[in-house]
Design a protein around this ligand. Sequence first.
Ligand code: ZN
Ligand code: ZN
Length: 173
Amino acid sequence: MHINLTELFSQTVKDVTIQRTLEMDQLEFGGEVYEISKPIKIEFEVTQLGEGEYLTQGKVEVELVMYCNRCMNEVITMVEGQFTRELNEHVDDSESDDMKDYYKNSVLNVEKLALDEIYMNVPMKVLCNESCQGICKVCGANLNEETCNCEDDNVDPRLAGLKDLFNERFKEV
Ligand SMILES: [Zn+2]
Ligand SMILES: [Zn+2]
């Protein structure tokens, strides 16, 4: 989705508000595919600063289907981002490489702008609930829904990292 900014402005119009909904079914990044449960909405204001120079400020939001880090249940996660970006065609090439991905010859790539912002704000991990009990590593039971009688001789997953660290240290000595 591309918008030519020069067409929006005139002698009298210096501020424009743009709202768009991007119809996409999924997002793919970081080697993962995320289903989108509510379309990407982007809303931003563009202010003309000079010829080919604009300031954009706005927000983007989307609802993604993610999975609980402990029990793997679906977690509908709202991802929001706010941005302020200066668009300037006259910046020299070395500094504007990144910007040229979404802004070139007064044409703004709205999809790229929105996606960049979403990628930066997708949480690494989500939980269905802070107190999620997770899945029994022995029998696979969802411990939020049932209890099992497995011997719990495994190290608490929250401490596993610590145990590895101790082992590492021990090897070094
Ligand atoms: Zn969970
Ligand atoms: Zn079990």
